[in-house]
Design a protein around this ligand. Structure first.
Ligand code: HXC
Length: 510
């Protein structure tokens, strides 16, 4: 027995070394942690239960016979984050560059199956060179199996991808089908084809960072939902994110201990909106002063900053926040911000996370660049997402709610449950100046007359009362009471039951 135990320990020690000390040192020299070090930071201390530590590939081509390393380039298992079950797989770059073989894929699919069966989130840590080149089609088959499971699990359990090194070829598409992708700055990059192939095909010369670093995907392409300075920060932030999410679509959002008074008033909000309607202000101030303890987990902070998306809590329960940001492009809705917000609303709706929307939007962005880029379809995504969402929806209009954007931003007409407006709200088809110039085109040469017309329109519509008279706004509230009113509304909506008609799935304008 003693011998067997010693053999087990020896085998475990070998497996834990992955590709060996030299490769571990090389990994550290690049500023990266190893797969096991990452898992131990992500999960609660001593909670990791590993699966398939001794699994090895069966490839015999291209000199692979006898070149086996236990674990085969991916560490898989389950553990807890602040006591809640999660499944995890972490690519081990020290073993064949973390590349995906048939058996490596089986390890991942086993974890995916367990996560779906047991309804708990799955987190993938990526650091890999794509398909195991020596295996050919067996690796492609493996990817297909992973992809199919990503889709089965979509909307059932949260799926999170953290890119912590190279993520190329087949490795990009599994993260792309998960709910969130985060990256580590400077050490991670994602692309379908790398700089060498790009050079051959298009003659462009780019570095890996320029092609697919965090500076690209968290800012320009919107592939990534955020980027962090290093492995440690990224993993700790993933723990924060998981705390906001329910384990699956079948359960309610987690309820954390709350230390912030639900009735707390914030007098400073009464002066947040400037007297001049064209002056910007920071919508994040409203968000931070509304949520529990000012804690906000922002999604896609650096992309389409004219709309803000992220998670907060009210009385300890998670909410999703969508807010126009008057500080950036006057908070206008364009293609990028519409897509960003639509995806976020859909995530919240999948996972029973109530949606709180703060509105200050002058409309959709005009121009050929937007129209040629498909603004109609992208704007429709957000309209569609809000319209199909059956989670509790609370809307607060702080200032402008103009034109189609008024309808889109969780208005009563698309089944906002509780729609509030601040006294500073202006709800109209368009701004007073634009309206007067269209209605009184013949008077355009007379500045005084037009100024009078603008004022007339302003006086009539630049307030919340026309909408409130029709019941489109449930109540005009004082800004300092915003948190209190939202907390009460969320409590009132706790047992909301709303269902869309049965369908196989909808046909959101993609
Ligand atoms: C097998 C691989 C590998 C791969 C890396 N390695 N990628 N082995 N299959 N795909 C091995 C290397 O041979 C090397 O082994 C070790 O991992 C470390 O790799 P290095 O190249 O030394 O590391 P580095 O310089 O940091 O470069 C990392 C890299 C590069 C950028 C990821 O390795 C690379 O470009 N790899 C190939 C990427 C790729 O084209 N993958 C296939 C994509 S096709 P030794 O023993 O020398 O240390 C694909 C199709 C799937 O994925 C499509 C499904 C839809």
């Amino acid at each position: 027995m003693q011998n067997i135990i010693e053999e087990l320990e020896a085998r475990r020690a070998t497996a834990r070394l992955g590709g060996g000390q030299a490769r571990i040192d090389a990994q550290h020299a690049k500023g990266k942690l190893t797969a096991r070090e990452r898992i131990s930071l992500l999960l609660d201390a001593d909670s990791f239960e590993e699966y398939d530590m001794f699994v090895q590939h069966r490839c015999t081509d291209f000199g692979m016979q006898g070149k086996t390393i236990p674990g085969d380039g991916v560490v898989t298992g389950w553990g807890t984050v602040n006591g809640r079950l999660v499944y995890v797989f972490a690519k081990d770059f020290t073993v064949f560059g973390g590349s995906l073989s048939e058996t490596h894929a089986r390890k991942i699919t086993k974890i995916q199956d367990m996560a779906l069966q047991n309804r708990a989130p799955i987190i993938g840590l990526f650091d890999a060179g794509g398909a195991r080149i020596q295996e050919g089609v067996a690796a492609l088959g493996g990817y297909g199996e992973v992809f199919w499971r990503n889709v089965q699990a979509s909307g059932v359990i949260p799926q999170i991808s953290l890119i912590m090194g190279p993520c190329a070829g087949g490795d990009v598409y599994s993260p792309a089908m998960t709910d969130f992708i985060f990256m580590v700055k400077d050490t991670s990059y994602m692309f379908v084809t790398g700089p060498d192939v790009v050079k051959t095909v298009t003659n462009e010369e780019v570095t890996a960072e320029q092609l697919g670093g965090a500076s690209v995907h968290a800012v320009k392409s919107s592939i990534a939902d955020g980027a962090y300075e290093n492995d440690v920060e990224a993993l700790l932030q993933m723990r924060r994110l998981i705390d906001f999410l329910p384990a699956s679509n079948l359960v309610d959002v987690p309820e954390m201990p709350a230390f912030d008074d639900a009735e707390r008033v914030e007098m400073s909000l009464d002066t947040l909106v400037p007297a001049n309607p064209n002056m910007p202000y920071d919508m994040k101030e409203l968000i931070l002063k509304t949520v529990d303890e000012g804690v906000f987990f922002e999604i896609q902070e650096k992309f389409a900053a004219n709309i803000i998306t992220g998670f907060g809590r009210m009385e300890g329960r998670s909410i999703g926040i969508i807010a126009n940001q008057p500080k950036v492009l006057a908070g206008v809705l364009d293609s990028d911000s519409s897509r960003k917000a639509a995806r976020f609303v859909r995530f919240c709706d999948c996972f029973n996370i109530p949606v709180v929307t703060f509105v200050d939007v002058p409309g959709f962005l005009p121009g050929t660049a937007q129209e040629y880029g498909g603004l109609i379809k992208h704007g429709a995504k957000l309209l569609f997402a809000y319209s199909e969402a059956t989670v509790p929806k609370i809307t607060v209009i702080t200032r402008k709610a103009y034109g189609g954007a008024y309808d889109v931003m969780s208005s009563k007409h698309i089944r906002g449950d509780v729609n509030y407006a601040w006294p500073s709200a202006e709800i109209a088809v368009m701004g007073a100046k634009g309206a007067a110039e269209i209605l009184y085109r013949s008077e355009l040469g007379d500045a005084d007359k037009i100024a009078g017309r603008i004022k007339e329109y302003q006086d009539r519509f630049a307030n919340p009362f026309v909408a409130a008279e029709r019941g489109y706004i449930d109540e005009v509230i004082l800004p300092h009471n915003t948190r209190k009113r939202i907390c009460r509304a969320l409590n009132m909506l706790r047992s909301k039951k709303a269902e869309n008609p049965w369908k196989k799935h909808d046909n959101i304008p993609l």
